[in-house]
Ligand binder design. Sequence first.
Ligand code: ATP
Length: 212
Amino acid sequence: MAGQSKIPQATAKRLPLYYRFLNNLHIQGKTRVSSKELSDAVKVDSATIRRDFSYFGALGKKGYGYNVEYLLGFFRKTLDQDETTTVALIGVGNLGTAFLHYNFTKNNNTKIAMAFDADESKVGEEIGGVKVYHIDQLEEKLTDVQAAILTVPGSVAQPITERIVNSGITGILNFTPARITVPDHVRVHHIDLAVELQSLVYFMKHYPSENS
Ligand code: ATP
């Protein structure tokens, strides 16, 4: 992401959330928003929002709030919304199939352009408008792809990771339970849905009245 080096990681993670809400306001024709309104909508406390926004050079005015257009312009640049990031999905099982049907371009400019699987019965199919190729064709097809979503079984996650990294992919959204090892220039975000659910239940039991 361009121009993002000075923004703390925790702030950077909230950018897509802010972006989505502000974009909706913009579509509704709203030109300004208060930190209280934002806070209620994105469930981030207003002190954090004010601190986050100060990194973007957006200083809210008392009684006026923030300029929606200015913030959107900043977010678009920072999140590279003007440029589409091409994504490949590896593993067209239950979860992978759901992602192919999910329209990621609704809110931002990421697009799943192709999918891969080892199962011959899935190869050649088109799911949610995305063509499924055989995993043997990975190197041949991954020529202009920046990121990958991994929805294969954990047992094959590492060897597949090595192949996609060698093909030039620099970002991986890992939905497998396996922890994968990558070179320093590759960014991995790990989302284990079973762990997330377990963690939710734990917090429901032990911290019932607190948010996040
Ligand atoms: P399904 O019901 O289709 O088996 P699942 O999500 O329960 O889906 P998993 O065993 O998690 O099944 O596998 C996810 C997908 O990854 C499957 O479509 C499977 O064919 C595919 N897959 C398994 N091994 C590989 C591999 N080495 N390369 C590419 N895809 C693979």
